[in-house]
Design a protein around this ligand. Structure first.
Ligand code: FAD
Ligand code: UQ1
Length: 440
């Protein structure tokens, strides 16, 4: 028995080593690649994998400084205690595509005129084609007192790996008072996330007999519960049925942990401030493009990589493409959107590479599984025009257990086993099949 286990361990160790070997070395010394991918998050790994699968070993490099890769969509469930943090995390070396090279550094500067980037260590890496997938920067420090407040009880955020663990703590420690959930002025990734955790918190407090001592409050800088009319109508009913208070046009500007106060500015009248006491404060922070993107020569006036919204190709540099949260594509910033964008980006980049044209293919498809409880979810799917673009032939405006399992169990498997390996282009084919070819 012990011998068997020993053999098993040896085989496992050798498999692990074999898988790690190609990624252990990092490129050094003014290297050059056919395709350079900036960022090893959702967009960077999935596009790097798809392109490396097509182009073969040694052609694609991914620049990413982090040791770990996160499936951020699971943080809603991690914050609510429904999934462990470990289920949202893998070591970066285990998700870097086997045929790609990992440059473990950060990009300090883009130089698109000379087809090169400058790394943190000062070295230059040149490319023929560039894919920019740097995500969006969280700006907790734009809210006065918030960074310090994270060290005090009750203040939490599902938006970062460092603060998501505090959400469950805040729920466990809750006794009585206001449980406030904030929504910032855009841009932000996953605009559904600020309210998903609120519905889970509501159910948690009910299950633990604390809901009658709580006022659950959604204080949003936005004008409504959700941008798409169909889902906004469903969510308004959910809010009413759960006895949640909504305050629109309120932007969090300061946290005073010593008095447990959250101070909001009125969007319509910034001179006017409104203060609420909190027992629990879940913050969705303001976000902005990374400085390195803003100053790259690749950005639009808002600081995002300026691409054609239907092709993913840069509007001034035809050998540059971008996808995900750092791009200017005017759709809701989600991993689901990245899946569709990736298929289109790869098709167009490979076409340009072989002397062809880009095809305008992206309709803005994005999806937001709006979790409304520990076993309920409204699966929002929509396009650039905020028109529903639903996969399943049933009313997705309804809360459903099946959609919860899709979000909690099916999507993570698709993400790790297919999307990060360049083999998931979003649900378009299923949508067409389920609607007997009658859907776009
Ligand atoms: P990221 O995945 O954030 O990756 C960016 C990468 O760039 C990072 O690895 C970073 O280290 C790297 N980087 C940054 N700067 C540099 C640099 N200078 N040099 C090199 N590398 C750099 N999406 C959904 O589809 N469904 C959901 O239900 C959902 N829920 C969410 C819930 C939460 C709480 C959060 C936070 C997000 C959620 N999302 C959801 C959004 C989704 O996670 C993002 O839209 C997606 O990860 C975007 O991918 P990206 O590659 O653009 O950015
Ligand atoms: C999706 O494609 C995707 O990409 C991985 C997600 O990531 C988080 C999603 O949450 C969803 C809902 C989709 C869309 C997939 C289907 C099957 C509707």
């Amino acid at each position: 028995m012990a011998q068997l286990q020993c053999i098993r361990n040896t085989i496992q160790a050798s498999h692990k080593l074999a898988r790690q070997t190609p990624f252990v070395f990092a490129c050094r010394g003014n290297a050059s690649y056919e395709v350079l991918v900036a960022g090893g998050g959702t967009g960077g790994i999935s596009s790097g994998a798809r392109l490396a699968n097509k182009l073969g070993k040694g052609k694609v490099a991914i620049v990413e400084p982090a040791d770990n890769h996160y499936y951020q969509p699971l943080w809603t469930l991690v914050g609510a205690g429904a999934k462990p943090m470990s289920s949202s995390q893998k070591s970066m070396k285990d998700v870097i595509p086997p045929k790609a090279t990992w440059i473990k550094d950060s990009i300090q500067q883009f130089d698109p005129e000379n087809n090169q980037v400058i790394l943190g260590n000062g070295e230059k890496v040149s490319y023929k084609y560039l894919v920019v997938a740097l995500g969006i920067k969280l700006q907790f420090d734009r809210i006065k007192g918030l960074p310090e407040a994270f060290d005090t009880p009750g203040v939490c955020s599902n938006y970062s790996a460092q603060t998501v663990g505090k959400t469950l703590e805040a729920l466990q420690d809750f006794t009585e008072g206001n449980a406030i959930f904030t929504f910032p002025t855009p841009p932000l990734k996953c605009p559904g996330a600020p309210q998903k955790i609120m519905y889970l918190a509501d159910e948690y407090l009910r299950k633990h007999g604390k809901r009658d001592k709580a006022t659950v409050m959604f204080n949003s800088a936005g004008p409504s519960i959700f941008a798409v009319k169909k889902y906004a109508e469903s969510l308004s009913k959910v809010v009413a049925s759960k006895d949640i208070v909504t305050n629109f046009g309120l932007n969090l500007v300061e946290v005073k942990p010593e008095t447990k106060e959250a101070i909001f500015q009125k969007v319509a009248n910034p001179e006017e401030l409104v203060t609420y006491k909190y027992e629990m404060l879940h913050v969705s922070p303001p976000m902005s493009p990374h400085e390195v993107v803003k100053t790259s020569g690749l950005a639009d006036a808002a600081g995002f990589v300026e691409v054609n919204k239907e092709t993913m190709q840069h509007v001034r540099y035809p050998n540059v493409f971008s996808l995900g949260d750092c791009s200017s594509v005017p759709t809701s910033k989600t991993a689901a959107a990245v899946a569709s964008q990736n298929a289109i980006l790869s098709k167009n980049l490979l076409s340009v590479m072989s002397g062809g044209q880009c095809t305008p293919l992206y309709d803005g498809y994005t999806s937001c599984p709006l979790i409304t409880g520990y076993s309920k979810c409204i699966l929002a799917e929509f396009d650039f025009d905020l028109a529903p673009l639903e996969t399943f032939p049933l009313d997705q405006g309804k809360q459903r257990r099946s959609m919860y399992h899709m979000k909690a169990d099916v999507m993570p498997a698709i993400y790790w086993d297919m999307m990060l390996k360049g083999r998931w282009s979003g649900p378009k084919q299923f949508r067409k099949a389920m609607h007997l070819g009658m859907s776009r």
